[in-house]
Design a protein around this ligand. Structure first.
Ligand code: HXC
Length: 513
């Protein structure tokens, strides 16, 4: 027995050492933690249980202590975050660059299956050179098995990808299929193929950072949802994100004790400028309505003309969507449509009520937008809100014009309650455009056409673009004092707690992608 225990101990030590001291030192020199150090930081102390530590590719080596890829380059298992169960993998870059071979993939698939069977989030800490070149098509099959599971478990359990190093080739597509991607500034990269191949194929020269760094994917491509300063910041963001999510689609997000906003609700009266063309920061409004004034933005650096993120109202997790008047006047364009639609769907998957703050002049007009498919992309928002069955509440702050009024979760698209501030302007189009059409003759005939045009713009605002016309049809449930917004939301959310909505049976819908 003693011999056997000694062998067990030796094997464990080999696995724990991964690629060995030199490669661990090299990982540290790059400012990166090892897979095991990351799991230690991220999971509650002592909660990690490793699975499949002795998995290896070559069975002929399995009876010896000559283990070519200790742990197969990935550490897998389960543990707790804030006392809640999660299934995890952490790729070990010290073993063949964390590259993915057949058995590396099978270890990941096993924890994915366990996560789905046990209704717990699945989290991947990625640090990998992609398909293990030596294993050829076996690696590709491994990726296929992971992508398949990412897809069939989508909407069943939250899936989160953290990119903590290079993530190349096939390694990028599993994260792309998950609900959220977090990247580390200046350390993590995602690209389907690297700068050298690009240079050979197209002649373009680009650095890894510019091609697929955290800023590129947070600001330009929208592939990543969060950018962290360092590993510590990244893991904290991950923990915060998890705190808003339920364990699975049959569960509710955890409630916490309610807390009043730290910022004054009285100030809500001054934040939206009287001049409808002047910008303001909608985040300041959100912070005055939510618990602790704590708003956790998702996709913060992407498509800034829209704002989406998580917060709590009276202790209950909510997803917030808003137009941001500071960028593109808050218009909806291609990228913000994708951003909003994706966020609405993730909240709907996981039973998180939607609160929408509306101040939108319309969809962004222009040749580039049309050529880029604003019709197809804009339709995603209509689809996502119409499809959603979670509680939905809209608050119109200022402009709500045309198709964009509908897109920002009008009652006809499924909002359970719609409120408007007295400053709301709801109409088929903006006063300037509308006046030029319906009052064109009056303006042309006037002695001073410019004066007349201004007068007509005001008249249009009064007659057509005020909230009471919409309220008169019943499409706005109430016109409210801005200072009472939080109170209205709390009561509305309480009244919707048991909301249940049945839809026609179908295989699945066909959202315009
Ligand atoms: C096998 C790999 C590997 C890989 C890295 N290594 N990538 N081994 N397969 N894909 C090994 C290296 O040989 C090295 O081993 C160790 O990992 C560390 O790699 P370095 O290159 O020394 O590290 P670094 O300089 O930090 O560069 C990291 C890297 C680079 C940027 C990831 O290694 C790289 O470009 N790798 C290839 C990336 C790539 O093109 N992958 C795509 C594969 S095809 P030693 O023993 O020296 O420590 C693919 C298609 C799948 O993924 C499609 C599915 C849909």
């Amino acid at each position: 027995m003693e011999d056997k225990l000694k062998e067990l101990q030796q094997r464990k030590e080999i696995v724990l050492k991964g690629g060995g001291d030199d490669r661990i030192a090299s990982q540290h020199e790059k400012g990166k933690l090892t897979a095991r150090e990351r799991l230690e930081q991220f999971l509650d102390a002592g909660s990690f249980v490793e699975l499949g530590a002795f998995v290896q590719t070559g069975l002929e080596d399995a009876s010896t202590l000559d283990i070519p890829y200790p742990g197969e380059g990935v550490v897998t298992g389960y543990g707790n975050v804030g006392g809640r169960l999660v299934y995890v993998f952490a790729q070990d870059f010290t073993v063949a660059g964390g590259s993915l071979g057949e058995m590396h993939a099978s270890k990941i698939c096993r924890v994915m299956d366990l996560a789905a069977q046990n209704g717990a989030p699945f989290i991947g800490l990625n640090d990998s050179g992609g398909a293990r070149i030596q294993e050829g098509v076996m690696s590709l099959d491994g990726y296929g098995n992971i992508f398949y599971r990412n897809t069939i478990y989508s909407g069943v359990i939250p899936q989160i990808s953290v990119i903590l190093g290079p993530c190349a080739g096939g390694a990028v597509y599993s994260p792309a299929l998950t609900d959220f991607v977090l990247m580390l500034d200046k350390t993590s990269y995602m690209f389907i193929t690297g700068p050298q191949v690009i240079k050979a194929v197209t002649g373009e020269e680009v650095t890894p950072e510019k091609l697929g760094g955290a800023s590129t994917h947070n600001e330009t491509s929208g592939v990543a949802h969060f950018k962290a300063e360092n590993e510590q910041d990244c893991l904290e963001k991950l923990k915060k994100l998890l705190s808003f999510l339920p364990q699975n689609n049959l569960d509710d997000p955890p409630a916490v004790p309610p807390a009043e906003p730290q910022l004054s609700q009285e100030e809500l009266l001054q934040l939206v400028p009287a001049d409808p063309n002047r910008p303001y920061d909608v985040v300041e409004i959100i912070k005055r309505v939510v618990d602790n004034s704590d708003f956790f933005q998702v996709h913060e650096h992407y498509a800034k003309n829209a704002v989406v993120g998580f917060a709590r109202i009276n202790g209950q997790a909510v997803g917030i969507i808003a137009n941001q008047a500071r960028f593109l006047a808050g218009c909806l364009d291609i990228n913000s449509s994708d951003k909003i639609a994706r966020f609405v769907r993730v909240c709907d998957c996981f039973n998180i009520p939607l609160i929408t703050f509306v101040d939108v002049p319309g969809y962004l007009p222009g040749v580039n937008q049309e050529y880029g498919g604003i019709i197809r992309h804009g339709a995603k928002i209509l689809y996502a809100y119409s499809e959603a069955t979670v509680p939905q509440i809209s608050v119109i702050l200022r402009k709500a014009y045309g198709g964009a009024y509908l897109a920002m979760n009008a009652r006809s698209l499924g909002a359970d309650f719609a409120f408007a501030w007295p400053t709301a302007e709801i109409a088929v189009m903006g006063p300037e455009g509308a006046t030029n059409i319906i009052f064109r003759r009056d303006i042309e005939k006037a002695e001073n056409p410019e004066e007349e045009r201004k007068k007509k713009v005001e008249e249009y605002r009064e007659r057509y673009a005020n909230p009471f016309i919409t309220a008169a049809r019943g499409w706005i449930d109430d016109v409210i004092d801005p200072r009472h917004t939080r109170g209205h939301l709390i009561r509305a959310l309480e009244s919707l707690k048991s909301k249940f909505e049945e839809r026609p049976r179908k295989k699945h819908g066909n959202i315009p992608v």
